[in-house]
Every structure is written in C-alpha cells, then in structure tokens.
Write a protein that binds this ligand. Structure first.
Ligand code: ADP
Ligand code: MG
Length: 241
C-alpha cells in the first residue's frame, strides 16, 4: 500500500526553538488530510519539510522508502501555494501542460491531458486565455490543474484558498474536495480556517505550537476535541469543565 508515513518530523530554527516538533502522521493512498491550526503554529514549515524545501529531521517515507534525503524534485510531491504562481506570459493550456513538456510528452498527449485536466477543474474552454484575464478563483483552478499534471504521489496545498473572498472560498473549497476525490489524489491541505477544514477533509490533523495535538476522522475530532484549546480553535463557543 503506497502510504506516506511521517515519522518524528522536526524542524528547529537556529535559535533552537522547534517550529515543528516530532510530528507523526500516516496518510493512506488517496486520502485527503487537512492540517489545521492557528497562524504561526508550524503548518507551512511542516509542509515545506515534507516537500524538501526546508531541511527537517525525522523520516518521510513513501511506500516504505525513505525519501527524506532526496531533493525536492525527486520526491514526486507537488506543492501549491496561496497565490498559484502561474506563468503570466503563458496561456492556461501552456501553464497546465508545463510538467508534461518537462517530461517530453508528445504534443498530442499534452493536448489530451490538458483538456482532461481543464475539464476536471471546471475550466473547459479556457485553454487560450492568459492568467491576467482570469478571476482569483479561476487562477487557483489553473494552478491546481497544473499541480495535478505532475501526477504527484502527494499533493501539498498551502492555504490554497486564502487569497480569495469568503463566498468564492466556500464554493471552491467543496469543488476542491470533489476534484481531488475524482482525480484519486493523495493530498495534504493546510488551512488556518476550521470551517474550510470541515468542508474539505476526510481527516483532520490539528497543530498547535509546532505539535500535532490531535488527528483523526473529521467527526471524531469534532465530537471529542482533545483539550480545551483545540475545542475553542475548532469553533466551540465555550468549554465547560
Ligand atoms: P504557519 O504556516 O502555521 O502560520 P509557519 O510554519 O510559517 O506557521 O511558522 C511557524 C513558526 O516558525 C513561526 O513562529 C515562524 O515565525 C517561525 N519561523 C518560520 N520560518 C523561520 C525561520 N526561517 N527562522 C526562524 N523562525 C522561523
Ligand atoms: Mg503558513
């Protein structure tokens, strides 16, 4: 089973403080985990450590193979950020097909895959548009299609919706879930917004102060938060003792 296992992933900063402290998570093939926690708790640092953009200690294994010493591009993971970082001078189709060209896929294959991916993210007919003619939500869909073109073993999404306005964000959150399920992707998405987390996740991982404080199926976490801090963060109005 091609699961991803994080084992004691830790990131210390030069002053010795732990931004991420001994995080263990197992992500099953095709599973969608949302990593949620307040701003500054270490979510981006953990994601960057898993991707290899940040040197972390501990182990990241894919299908039993330790990939934590491999450089980013050899891990087979894809990372998507808040601002999709599209190539502004390339059309939507050329943006989405970027990974396919790197892989030297033929023209016909590129065209076919790009069409499939644009359909998947709900952007049929957008192939020839330039990024600056798109809305924020459309741009993020293009960015998502471009990440999926890599067919990553693991897709890492760092607050992919947080630059959008509230209404669009909610809509795109549930679209995102459908797109990832339909594409069979294994993914970890980071957000500081617990409502967004509930909209998209199968499982929740809750972080605070660099620690993973709770992890499990979304209803289990919601029904019995591990402590008062977690309950309040998840949106409980108050905690009775
Ligand atoms: P989040 O994504 O959850 O908002 P981050 O992972 O960005 O949190 O940051 C976690 C903590 O690590 C923060 O307190 C941040 O200030 C600190 N931090 C991030 N990068 C560095 C760095 N290069 N050196 C020292 N501290 C850092
Ligand atoms: Mg962050």
């Amino acid at each position: 089973m091609a699961e991803i296992v994080l084992d004691k992933v830790t990131k210390l900063f030069p002053d010795g403080a732990a931004a991420v402290s001994e995080v263990d998570i197992t992500i099953a093939d095709g599973e969608f985990i949302v990593l949620v926690g307040p701003s500054g708790c270490g979510k981006s640092t953990l994601l960057r450590g898993v991707a290899g953009l940040e040197q972390a200690t501990g182990e990241v294994a894919w299908d039993g193979e330790d990939v934590s010493r491999l450089p980013t591009h050899r891990r087979g993971f894809a990372l998507m950020f808040q601002d999709g970082q599209l190539f502004d001078h390339l059309t939507v189709a050329r943006n989405v097909g970027y990974a396919l060209r790197l892989r030297r896929a033929g023209r016909a294959e590129e065209r076919r895959r790009v069409e499939e991916l644009l359909a998947l993210v709900g952007l049929d007919g957008y192939a020839d548009r330039l990024p600056r003619t798109l809305s924020g939500g459309e741009r993020q869909r293009v960015a998502l299609a471009r990440s999926l073109a890599h067919q990553p073993r693991l897709l890492l999404l760092d607050e992919p919706l947080s630059a959008l306005d509230a209404g669009l964000r909610r809509r795109l959150a549930s679209d995102l879930r459908h797109i990832l399920v339909r594409s069979g992707s294994t993914a970890v998405m980071v957000t500081h917004d617990h409502e967004e987390a509930f909209t998209v996740a199968d499982r929740l991982a809750v972080m605070r102060d660099g620690l993973l404080v709770q992890e499990g199926p979304i209803d289990a976490v919601w029904r019995s938060p591990v402590d008062a801090g977690t309950a309040l963060f998840l949106g409980y109005a108050r905690v009775l003792r």
